[in-house]
Design a protein around this ligand. Structure first.
Ligand SMILES: C[S@@+](CC[C@H](N)C(=O)[O-])C[C@H]1O[C@@H](n2cnc3c(N)ncnc32)[C@H](O)[C@@H]1O
Length: 188
């Protein structure tokens, strides 16, 4: 049986349902403003990306949901339908990359991380935000997404760090408002 298209159904209401906004913290962690291009993988409606306009030369939202991307386009964002696992961009074309609340929705997380690493420039920054696996908020989200049959694949902090460790050990992890934040710098 094919799965439910959760984000297709949620898209028109997504921005009204998900109202929290940690943009000031994202700006700090991603060292914005900056020069270059920013890629928001699994960027959905552009909820986060739209708050970063003007802080970097260009922003591209990549997502697999046409309905989510339609909302992002309505905000004037460049919104491209593609898998995070196979990004349609040349190597080293982005100075910043974000994956906010999306890694656990991707089927092949290792491939997403491998490809984001490919498109990130040297000295570029990758910021990943995921529900904190060990925090009550993370446990509630896991249960909720299970109940609504989302087929999410949540990972602990150490599992995410070990996936990234294939590329670099330049990783910092912080916990903020029930989420785990991974700040990764590509130094070569
Ligand atoms: C919870 S939403 C987060 C959207 C946005 N990052 C935000 O924080 O508002 C997760 C998004 O990941 C997208 N997604 C799931 N698997 C993906 C994949 N393999 N590649 C790209 N996007 C994906 C979904 O379509 C959805 O829009």
């Amino acid at each position: 049986m094919p799965g439910l298209d959760h984000f297709g159904l949620l898209a028109p209401w997504y921005d009204k349902l998900i109202t929290y906004n940690d943009v000031d913290e994202i700006k700090k962690i991603a060292a914005l403003p900056a020069a270059g291009n920013l890629l928001d993988i699994g960027g959905g409606t552009g909820r986060v990306a739209s708050s970063l306009v003007g802080l970097i030369d260009k922003i591209v939202v990549v997502d697999i949901s046409f309905e989510m991307l339609k909302i992002a386009r309505g905000k004037g964002l460049s919104a491209i339908c593609a898998l995070g696992e196979v990004l349609p961009y040349p190597s080293k074309s982005f100075s910043r990359a974000l994956i906010v609340d999306a890694l656990h929705h991707c089927i092949n997380q290792k491939e997403v991380l491998r490809d984001v690493w490919r498109v990130l420039q040297t000295e570029g920054l990758l910021v990943i935000i995921e529900p904190n696996y060990d925090h009550l908020a993370g446990k509630v989200i896991r249960l909720f997404e299970k109940l609504i049959l989302m087929k999410s694949h949540f990972l602990s902090d150490s599992s995410i760090v070990s996936l990234i460790a294939d590329f670099t050990d330049n990783i910092r992890v912080q916990h903020y408002k029930g989420n785990s934040w991974f700040m990764v710098k590509k130094s070569k």
